[in-house]
Design a protein around this ligand. Sequence first.
Ligand SMILES: O=C1O[C@H](COP(=O)(O)O)[C@@H](O)[C@H](O)[C@H]1O
Length: 261
Amino acid sequence: MGKQPNLYAFKDIDHLAKALRKYVLQCQSAGFERHNAFKVAVSGGSLPKTLAKALLAPSDENGSVDFSKWEIFFADERAVPLDHDDSNYKLLKEELLDKIPSSLGKPTVHTIDLQYLDDVQEMADQYQDVLMKSFAAKDSVKIPIFDLLLLGCGPDGHTCSLFPNHEILRESDAWVASVEDSPKPPPKRITLTLPVVTHGVKIAFVATGDGKRKILSDILDTEEGRSLPCGLVNEGGAERVSWFTDNGAVEGVGFPRRGSL
Ligand SMILES: O=C1O[C@H](COP(=O)(O)O)[C@@H](O)[C@H](O)[C@H]1O
């Protein structure tokens, strides 16, 4: 059997957040060594709240967050104004960005271009240009390699705005794609594509609560689950993928757990 993703299960969100903090700080150090910056893609949904718990905790033996060298991109974004309740940016802003103390520095945050709200393909192309500018310091960059992608897992196995059985899963050229028919509202979105997600140096899923139990069991324990978007990320990212879960989400899941980071 090939290399496997790592599954970590914690007794509650506080313990998960502590471990997630340690993991992100390790990724941050690796990014700073690699290019004196930390390029991270962040999802919406339930992730920003847990992420904020991890990152806004006081500095500890694992180090401290230096947001001044962070470049934050959206793993997916909904085609809505930035102050709309469906905006992933709004969620991240309220949960995390607005609460960062000045002592931790200010991250660079790459939001969608609002002039393309009515044309999501243009919006995706423009966001891809933003990635190109950030990653393609050398002309030869074929795909952006994020230091870390922080992802959620929907109850249907979607991640980013990569939905089960959607043609977007076959996109192999574009770095950013548009979605006009998302099964989960709102329908219009942009998303990083599967090859970009699976090329990340590290890829972390955060999935908590009883509501995620069934889908985690499908993704991690069954053959069918391998073709779900989260299963495809597991397959492509293998040992570079880590799942941060709580006991409620993985009760009954047979996939072997890792002890510690
Ligand atoms: O629509 C979305 O859903 C997923 C999963 O959300 P969750 O609330 O089940 O964690 C999220 O990762 C994605 O960014 C978002 O646009």
